[in-house]
Design a protein around this ligand. Structure first.
Ligand code: GCO
Ligand code: MG
Length: 403
């Protein structure tokens, strides 16, 4: 099976997505997600200008060789742009191979290790009362695991809270929005939030929280300790992870499980955190960590150290990524949980898919390949719109802070 064509499709059905479509001499097509929030066109250019010319004429069945060719062959290794581009090619090739075999992708990976994939929902509110209501609403929808975020008194806009009462979507049109931050206010507030949530919902549901890289290691250690009574499933991105040693300090002080990795691109970003057992869940996902070929390598390393997967699944990852991730989740032996933020209706219409939600779990479906397609005519009606993620400044003096 030879690759005869490769096209990059950029569309914005509410938010920007970059999709790679491969065509073959057997008439089969394969899709890969290459979306990188706020830097989408850099990946589109990387693919169009530098990768597509390498693909036409290649044997589509040689997934591993193509991965190595694009990674080692580029000389310049790693980084989000490169690894998202490689991921798109890799995902499209797995899609093609599974379609050629007439199998759902999870069968090619080794078959299902479980019947269904546990997912967690998002519950956001401007204050604790609103978040508690939202947790209860998500529980009523059937979710068994729920991430709770709330506005912090005295702060205008914080991560994870929708300003218009709709689903949270951090990227905004135009130039980056500025948010403000104050660590002491936040540290006082979050234990109160989880106290209220547990009082309202009891102990049957798993609860999660995303710190979004804002604390220093000692502050993260303090928050982990303060949250211990509420038995979180995980505390996510407690401190920036460029320096994995930072997690030694957090780990020493708290038994709250730790999750990291949505901005990681390769196994090299995860290696020390996993080998030293400094984390409990690794959050790398298909699109930003080099595709299924590389994500499998990360998961296998993690399995040696009892670290489980918890793939990023925000709405800025397209349904193509979600479909591929669910096949991975159904197979991966050391699965933990999968994030699930439902896409808007326009996105679901542009990307028809076989995956489904049922009572707190998802399943990738039995369609050959990863089960996600693109309606190109519809996608063309939603051209790219410039959008950025927010930036964050300390409320006290305007210092730029981690968002
Ligand atoms: C999450 C993430 C997202 C990211 C977003 C950035 O846990 O889902 O932290 O909310 O901020 O994906 O593009
Ligand atoms: Mg996160």
């Amino acid at each position: 099976m030879k690759i005869t064509g490769a096209r990059v499709i950029v569309c914005c059905p509410g938010r920007n997505f970059v999709t790679l479509k491969l065509e073959t001499d057997q008439g089969l097509t394969g899709l890969g997600d290459a979306s990188l929030n706020g830097r989408e066109l850099a990946v589109a250019s990387y693919l169009n200008d530098h990768v597509v010319p390498l693909l036409v004429g290649r044997d589509a069945t040689r997934i591993e060789d193509t991965w190595q060719y694009l990674y080692r062959g580029a000389y310049w290794r790693r980084g989000p742009v490169t690894m998202s581009a490689i991921a798109a090619v890799d995902t499209a090739l797995w899609d093609l191979k599974a379609k050629a075999a007439g199998m759902p992708l999870y069968q090619l990976l080794g078959g299902a290790s479980r019947e269904r994939v546990l997912v967690y929902a998002h519950a956001n509110g401007r204050d604790i009362a609103e978040t508690v209501d939202e947790v209860q609403r998500q529980a009523a929808l059937g979710y068994r695991a729920i991430r709770a975020q709330s506005g912090v008194p005295g702060l205008n806009k914080v991560y994870g809270v929708a300003t218009d009462g709709k689903h949270y979507e951090p990227a905004t049109r135009g130039l980056p929005r500025e948010e403000d931050w104050d660590t002491p206010r936040y540290l006082r507030h979050v234990p109160q939030l989880f106290d209220a949530v547990r009082s309202a919902i009891g102990w049957e549901h798993e609860l999660l929280h995303d710190v979004h890289h804002r604390l220093t290691p000692i502050e993260a250690a303090r928050l982990g300790k303060d949250l211990e009574p509420y038995r979180l499933f995980w505390m996510e991105d407690a401190t920036p992870a460029e320096n994995p040693e930072a997690f030694r300090l957090v780990r020493r002080h708290t038994t709250t499980p730790l999750a990291v990795g949505e901005i990681f691109n390769t196994v090299w970003d995860c290696k020390a955190l996993i080998e030293e057992q400094l984390i409990d869940f690794i959050r790398t996902t298909v699109v930003h960590a080099g595709g299924l070929t590389h994500l499998r390598r990360i998961a296998d390393l993690a399995a040696l150290y009892q670290v489980r997967t918890g793939s990023h699944g925000a709405t800025d990852l397209s349904p193509v990524c979600m479909g591929a991730a669910l096949h991975f989740d159904l197979w991966v032996p050391n699965f933990g949980i999968q994030e699930h933020m439902p896409h808007n209706e326009a996105t679901d219409a542009v990307f028809p898919h076989a995956y489904r939600f049922d009572a707190g779990f998802m399943h990738p479906g039995e369609a050959p390949g990863h089960g996600v397609e693109i309606d190109e005519a519809l996608a063309a009606k939603y051209p790219y719109q410039r959008a950025y993620l927010p930036v964050n400044r300390l409320q006290r003096d305007g210092t730029l802070w981690d968002w």
